[in-house]
Design a protein around this ligand. Structure first.
Ligand SMILES: NC(=O)c1ccc[n+]([C@@H]2O[C@H](COP(=O)([O-])OP(=O)(O)OC[C@H]3O[C@@H](n4cnc5c(N)ncnc54)[C@H](OP(=O)(O)O)[C@@H]3O)[C@@H](O)[C@H]2O)c1
Length: 269
């Protein structure tokens, strides 16, 4: 039987690559996004439906799930991929930036889970894939608000899997390292405060090194492959690092006193 996947944030980067990969593997794909009218290339693909979904708008989540069921008749997997990053000194961030970070990366993802869980529970199976980040397990400077959101996604996902396993529902966490997508450009909201210059030197030293990691990373297709594995490998394995395995092992093995200076040295070269 053909299977159906719903993906959030499928307009670009990892979400778009994931939509294309699942379609190529004969899945039916609900490629959801804030502005489906702009996705002219995706609209031409068979068995792929572009559907409006803004994760900060619960009504749009509900109607995207309804539309997917109407078009394809079922849902087997959901990928919570939509996200962005507030970047810059914490002190310079506005309340609006902090709230929007959590509304999108955390509360939006939770809302999608809450809407799909009754359906998955009823059908006694389903897979939810949450795109966290290696930044949900370790940190870099200037990303404090983004890290807080991704650490929240890790904790939420790990706890949720205990509750839903007995209903046949799998929770998978994807932990990408730097991936070359729009993330390092239009999906960044820079924190900057008029008159606050104290951090300028630190930002000038750290920022180019962080951006370089994104520019030299692999493209979103490697994450799409990991998401495909997570959905189809028939296991209860929970975490899937992508381009992040070595640093995550180092984080696990090294005490803070060794690991944190290593990060500082790498970033403030
Ligand atoms: N690139 C990396 O290095 C990296 C590393 C680790 C984790 N990640 C995570 O991977 C995920 C995808 O990012 P990406 O790298 O593929 O960047 P991207 O190309 O910028 O994609 C981000 C996507 O999220 C969507 N989005 C943002 N706010 C949304 C909202 N309120 N409702 C629905 N969609 C929304 C964007 O839609 P619009 O087109 O409407 O803006 C876009 O489709 C994010 O969760 C990110 O944190 C990325």
């Amino acid at each position: 039987m053909e299977k159906v996947i719903l993906i959030t944030g499928a307009s670009s980067g990892i979400g778009k690559e994931t939509a294309k990969l699942f379609q190529a593997k004969n899945w039916k794909v609900a490629a959801t996004m804030r502005s489906p009218e702009k996705a002219e290339d995706l609209q031409k693909i068979v068995d792929l439906e572009c559907i409006k979904l803004d994760v900060t708008d619960p009504d749009s989540i509900r109607s995207a799930i309804d539309r997917t069921l109407e078009v394809f008749g079922r849902i087997d997997a959901v990928v919570n991929n939509a996200g962005f990053a507030v970047v810059g000194p914490f002190e310079a961030a506005t309340s609006e930036q902090i709230e929007r970070q959590f509304e999108t990366n955390v509360l939006g993802l939770m809302s999608v889970c809450r809407e799909i869980l009754p359906y998955f529970r009823e059908q006694k199976r389903g897979t939810i894939v949450n795109v966290a980040s290696m930044g949900g397990r370790l940190t870099f400077p200037l990303y404090s608000i983004y890290h807080a959101s991704k650490w929240a996604v890790e904790g939420f996902s790990e706890s949720l899997q205990y509750e839903v396993k007995e209903f046949g529902i799998k929770i998978k966490i994807i932990e990408p390292g730097p991936i070359k997508t729009d993330f390092y450009e239009r999906s960044m909201s820079i924190s900057k405060k008029e008159g606050l210059t104290a951090y300028d030197n630190f930002v000038a030293r750290a920022m180019p090194n962080m951006q370089k990691a994104g520019e030299t990373g692999p493209d979103g297709s490697v994450v799409a492959e990991a998401i495909y594995d997570a959905v189809t490998d028939d296991s209860w394995k929970m975490r899937y690092p992508v381009n992040s395995r070595a640093i995550l092992i180092a984080r696990r093995l090294l005490p803070d006193a060794l690991f944190l200076p290593l990060i500082r040295k790498a970033i403030l070269r």
